[in-house]
Design a binder for this molecule. Structure first.
Ligand SMILES: NC(=O)c1ccc[n+]([C@@H]2O[C@H](COP(=O)([O-])OP(=O)(O)OC[C@H]3O[C@@H](n4cnc5c(N)ncnc54)[C@H](O)[C@@H]3O)[C@@H](O)[C@H]2O)c1
Length: 329
């Protein structure tokens, strides 16, 4: 337990403070995977996230979680406003609060944009490790923003034979920037393509990361998706047609409860029954990929255990390095 004097203080970590800690994605993948194992064993608390919706297709979600093994308890308060990029603002913004699990006091308040980017990429890579073909070579990215970047970064760690990325974005400018940056960063062949179809066909792994729409107009058809492919949807059912999702041999999610909650509040009007969630797959309760022909999809909704596991990495490193600003409570 912390000393009495420090109970009256929280550590504040700005986005810049967090970025300069230089925590590698490999560490994020490792802690997020451990968090899913804890969840599968029933040793976490992670209620479905409630939200408010101040603008059309915008959200501000409250995401609490507790992972006893990591001594991590807290909440992320994260917003996604699809009109923001038009005003030069990021789509995602928010804060995360960590609490001392012994006495409940807040210990740290941090910007949550780095966490949201990295832990989501990590969850995709973990799902893909179990559900995609190990020799996957071609990746399709639809939506070349923050997630398009962090998902590619995490996937390159798990899939060493990745050779080519087919990138699609409705914004020509965003697409061009993505291709230049990602080519330089990863040394892969990053090819801009002119239609969603071209970013899906012949790809071993596909990540859709455009905006989430409550009433979507999806366009990806079952016939575009090759045998043996793995798709990870980060933008709910906005991109994939219902019949394409129903044609999967396995339709997975990161959390059954969260998916059921979203259905109750009006999302996901026509999706298949989920075969397994990520915790069940990671800890071997349900088999992942069983043959090279299977077409598999994971609907990753984003879970607060991913945030709390990653937040502890950040908090511990910041404390060790003396990074951040101490503020009185
Ligand atoms: N599931 C999760 O855990 C999780 C976590 C964080 C973000 N997300 C979701 O991921 C998505 C992307 O978030 P971000 O932070 O990368 O946003 P971003 O604004 O940084 O990037 C979105 C990109 O998509 C492009 N785009 C818009 N409409 C498109 C379309 N129809 N087809 C192709 N590209 C299109 C935009 O031009 C932009 O480049 C959002 O839907 C967000 O809610 C999911």
């Amino acid at each position: 337990m912390s000393a009495v004097s420090s109970l009256r203080e929280v550590l504040y970590l700005s986005r810049h403070d967090i970025e300069k800690l230089n925590i590698p994605i490999t560490k994020v993948i490792r802690v997020v995977e451990k968090a899913f194992i804890e969840k599968a064993e029933g040793r976490t608390e992670v209620p479905p996230k409630p939200g408010i919706h101040p603008q059309k297709d915008a959200f501000i979600h409250a995401m609490p979680a507790y992972i006893p093994k990591m001594k991590s308890a807290g909440i992320k308060w994260v917003s996604g406003f699809p009109e923001n990029p038009k005003h030069g603002l990021p789509y995602i913004s928010g804060l995360l609060i960590l609490n001392d699990p012994e006495i409940g006091f807040p210990t740290c308040v941090m910007d949550c944009t780095w966490i949201t980017a990295k832990r989501t990429g990590a969850a995709t890579a973990i799902a893909a490790k179990h559900l995609a073909k190990q020799d996957s070579k071609v990746l399709g990215i639809l939506g070349c923003g923050v997630q398009g970047r962090s998902n590619l970064e995490a996937l390159t760690v798990v899939f060493k034979r990745l050779e080519e990325v087919k990138a699609y974005d409705i914004s020509e400018r965003n697409l061009q920037k993505y291709v230049e940056e990602m080519t330089a960063k990863h040394g892969l062949k990053v090819v801009p393509v002119s239609s969603p179809r071209k970013a899906v066909e012949n790809c071993d792994i596909i990540v859709t990361s455009g905006p989430i729409l409550k009433h979507p107009h999806p366009i990806i058809e079952a016939s575009w998706f090759k045998k043996g492919g793995f798709a990870c949807a980060l933008d709910f059912d906005s991109y994939w047609k219902p019949e394409a999702m129903h044609s999967m041999n396995k339709f997975c999610t990161d959390d059954h409860n969260q998916l059921a909650y979203y259905k109750k509040v009006g999302y996901f009007s026509n999706i298949p029954q989920a075969y397994a969630d990520l915790g069940e797959i990671v800890n071997g309760k349900k088999p992942g990929r069983e043959n090279p022909e299977e077409r598999i999809m994971s609907m990753n909704l984003g879970l607060a255990i991913e945030d709390m596991a990653t937040a502890m990495l950040i908090y511990e490193k910041a404390t060790e390095m003396g990074t951040g600003t101490r503020l009185p409570l």
